[in-house]
Write a protein that binds this ligand. Structure first.
Ligand code: SF4
Ligand code: SF3
Length: 518
């Protein structure tokens, strides 16, 4: 096996024996085969018109290979079979890409090609979430084929860089599509305080990014005496009016994904994983984990879509069987807080834009930091907690994705009635952050790079890759990135990004704050 797609890759170079994430060699090899089959499908699509089912296969195939999504070869094998069947229908001549060549060749070319592939994997997740809500952008869909075909072609370094920038723009369109899908289905997020307590009685914890799965689960549990708690990236769901209206959507359980093996120990309710990040199971809770969509783990009950609907009865049954805890249980965030706030997506923040602009002009707000991205297990990730704690009291912290659990239970005060930590949502809500930045730049009649705004990002998996490419494609410079640099960026490719975009690896909170604030 070879895999170097995520931040925790072995030795900062690549997993070759088994994944640090727990992915076994046979799973990694099967996912390579799947990727090569998808390149074959993209080639075939150039000679025919892929229908909705083929488009969905493309998204599912790419999303399956995202870190902490699938630990099972069986559904991957089934996908490969379906991809080959569709490829035959589109063009019998089209060849899969040779698996042996997927990660080999000139170091810089492999780096650039891999960056595009990993970005496409991330974007597929967003496109799939939008598609289950009935939203599709033909230009985005078409680019999956273009990008996957490109992986099987020879390009110069300049051409690969141009493809990466084009991809970044397409991913912006994809995040806009998902924003439109989420807000048109569930309304615009509003600020909301979310308790970290589990009430007595049966409950279900739902993890991952898929709001449509949550909606179906809420409908199917209504009036059954079962409470629903979000976990990980599902937290921002509480802010959507059409989801928050359910009285049994009670609160949030646990923190970011890497703490699940500890937090799920002896949990008295089932946990449903709608997307990443699933970790290898521990015996103390293995009997109560359920998967759906592309998430897969051997031996677990998987909830399939039948006629466009999911039947969560097995999860509901498990919740009733386990019965929950006999008394309310209080939990805290990483810093001891008992509640967290979310819902500061673009509509809310732009709704108080006048106040924000006045506060900047009056000097009450000196700087904005976007401190967000994926979380992970590395000790160096305390940087982000310390950064937020040490940021001066006249600075605002925008945040998103699961990296926020490092500090979202902190109370660091308000500026002019606006909390200093503003949770904008999931990783894909980077779209909201971009909209806010563009609106501020317009109000001040300057470029985004001239705003008192610095992005301090944490990365882990491939959705972070597609977002970073979008930010670079928008010309955003001076982004701080950590806790370590991607193994898939070769020395030369990294030099180009540093030179062109002034991409900076994080150092210490003190040093970086000093450099930013001068
Ligand atoms: Fe290693 Fe990350 Fe790949 Fe897992 S996803 S095998 S940890 S590089
Ligand atoms: Fe987190 Fe896995 Fe990336 Fe959507 S849930 S941000 S790591």
């Amino acid at each position: 096996m070879f895999c170097f797609q995520c931040e925790q890759t072995a030795g900062g170079k690549g997993c070759t024996k088994i994944g640090v994430c727990g992915k076994k060699p046979e799973v990694a090899n099967k996912q390579d085969e799947l990727t090569c089959a998808l390149i074959g499908l993209a080639r075939a699509a150039a000679h025919g018109t892929p229908d909705a089912a083929v488009n969905e296969l493309m998204l599912q195939g790419l999303f399956t290979t995202v870190t902490n999504v699938s630990f099972d070869t069986v559904p991957t094998d089934a996908l490969i079979g379906r991809i080959h069947a569709e490829k035959e229908k589109l063009d019998r001549q089209a060849q899969d890409f040779p698996v042996a060549e997927l990660w080999s060749g000139n170091e810089d070319i492999v780096s650039l090609r891999s960056t595009l592939l990993l970005g496409l994997r991330g974007m597929a997740a967003y496109a799939l979430h939008a598609s289950v809500l009935g939203k599709e952008d033909p230009a985005v869909t078409a680019w999956f084929y273009k990008g996957m075909r490109a992986l099987g072609e020879n390009h110069t370094a300049e051409e690969w860089l141009a493809l990466l920038m084009e991809f970044g723009q397409v991913n912006l369109a994809c995040m806009a599509l998902l924003d439109e899908a989420n807000t048109s289905a569930y309304g615009h997020p509003v600020p909301v305080k979310v308790p970290l307590k589990i009430e007595k009685g049966p409950f279900i914890v739902i993890s991952g990014h898929d709001l449509h799965d949550l909606k179906q689960l809420l409908d199917q549990t209504a009036g059954k005496g079962i409470n629903i708690y979000t976990h990980g990236e599902m937290l921002p769901a509480h802010a959507y009016p059409e989801l928050k209206k359910y009285p049994h959507l009670k609160g949030n359980f646990g923190t970011a994904w890497q703490n699940q093996q500890k937090e799920f120990d002896q949990i008295a309710g089932p946990v449903l994983f709608t997307t990443n990040c699933l970790m290898p199971l521990k015996p103390s809770y293995a009997d109560r984990i359920f998967t759906t969509s592309v998430v897969a783990y051997p031996g677990l009950t998987h909830i399939n879509t039948v006629n466009g609907k999911k039947d969560f009865s097995p999860v509901i049954q498990k919740a009733l069987e386990l019965g929950g805890w006999q008394e309310d249980r209080s939990f805290t965030g990483i810093n001891g807080g008992t509640e967290v706030t979310t819902g500061f997506a673009r509509n809310t923040v732009l709704g108080v834009a006048d106040k924000v602009i006045d506060a900047i002009k009056a000097g009450a707000i000196k700087h904005f930091f976007l401190v967000g991205g994926c979380d992970g297990a590395r000790p160096g990730r305390n940087y982000y907690t310390d950064f937020v704690k040490k940021a001066p009291s006249d600075t605002m912290i925008l945040t998103l994705a699961c990296g926020k659990y490092r500090f979202n239970d902190l109370n660091i005060g308000e500026i002019g009635g606006i909390p200093r930590i503003l949770d904008m949502g999931q990783c894909n809500d980077a779209y909201s952050a971009i909209q806010v930045a563009l609106a501020l730049a317009k109000a001040f009649d300057c470029g985004v790079n001239d705003l008192p705004l610095t992005l301090v990002l944490s990365w882990y998996e491939q959705k972070a890759v597609c977002i970073l490419l979008t930010l670079l494609a928008l010309g955003i410079k001076n982004i701080y990135i950590g806790p370590s640099l991607p193994a898939f960026l070769s020395g030369n490719v990294l030099s180009i990004l540093v030179e062109k975009f002034n991409l900076k690896p994080i150092t210490t909170p003190e040093q970086d704050l000093k450099a930013i604030l001068g």
